[in-house]
Design a protein around this ligand. Structure first.
Ligand SMILES: Nc1nc2c(ncn2[C@@H]2O[C@H](COP(=O)(O)OP(=O)(O)O)[C@@H](O)[C@H]2O)c(=O)[nH]1
Ligand SMILES: [Mg+2]
Length: 225
């Protein structure tokens, strides 16, 4: 298991680049498309046939966020443990953001979202005790949709009520909205870092974690709620 979860290096020498490493969880029902989304986002690749991995899988996505900031996203894929409907605290530990994925063609996977959100919120919090930002992904939007996801207004209400930062329709297959959803979540994470800094909470939790020293980039809210 990887134990480095998130931190920020103050400078990489020339150009004063700041680096952030953020742990992001990708959870939701089996077959919703979690692995496909990660593969698409990190490797620009889609396949119908991923081997069901057992255990926990990691992928690293490096973003040149702005000329001064490199962001490394460590994406945690639960791979094969979905049937338990919850994960251990160790898995959630020190995550700063999450995606909960459901399959728009199977409304039962949306019904299960609440259970995943509760599991997440009960097992990980930000240093100030608030929930970590979580974005809901309505995946397989290239297919026929079933249920609530056909009413965007109701989805907005649902997200607000359940405490999601926002939701996006995505398709790993057609490469729709995955980058946008990730940018939206990263913006939320950066805003939290700023807030922590404003509260004077930086530097005590884990050293250089809150090293961001610039305004958050404006967030593109394509479907926040
Ligand atoms: N049509 C379509 N199929 C998808 C999409 N994302 C995943 N799939 C398929 O759904 C199945 C389950 O995907 P997988 O990523 O293994 O789901 P996981 O169990 O949540 O990791 C696979 O056959 C994928 O090819 C999508 O956006 N559109
Ligand atoms: Mg998987």
């Amino acid at each position: 298991m990887i134990n480095s979860t998130h931190n920020s290096a103050p400078s990489a020498g020339v150009g004063e680049k700041r680096e952030h490493l953020y742990k992001i969880l990708v959870i939701g029902e089996l077959g919703a498309g979690k692995t496909s989304i990660i593969k698409r986002y990190v490797h620009q690749f889609f396949s119908q046939h991923y081997r069901a991995t057992i255990g926990v899988d990691f992928a690293l996505k490096v973003l040149n966020w702005d000329p001064h900031t490199i962001i490394r996203l460590q994406l945690w894929d639960i791979a094969g443990q979905e049937r338990f409907g919850n994960m251990t605290r160790v898995y959630y530990k020190e995550a700063v953001g999450a995606f909960i994925v459901f399959d728009v063609t199977r409304s039962a996977t949306l019904e299960a979202v609440v259970k995943w959100k509760q599991d997440l919120d009960s097992k990980v919090q930000l240093p100030d005790g608030s929930p970590i930002p979580c974005v809901l992904l309505a995946n397989k939007c290239d297919q026929q949709k079933e249920g609530l996801v056909n009413s965007p207004g109701k989805m907005d209400d649902y997200c607000k009520e359940k405490g999601f930062a926002g939701w996006f329709e995505t398709s790993a297959k057609e490469n729709i909205n995955i980058e946008e959803a990730a940018r939206f979540l990263v913006n939320k994470i950066l805003q939290n870092d700023q807030l922590m800094k404003g509260n004077g909470a930086q530097d005590q939790v884990d050293g250089e974690r809150f090293a961001l020293n610039q305004s958050p980039t404006s967030s593109k809210k394509s479907c926040s709620c």
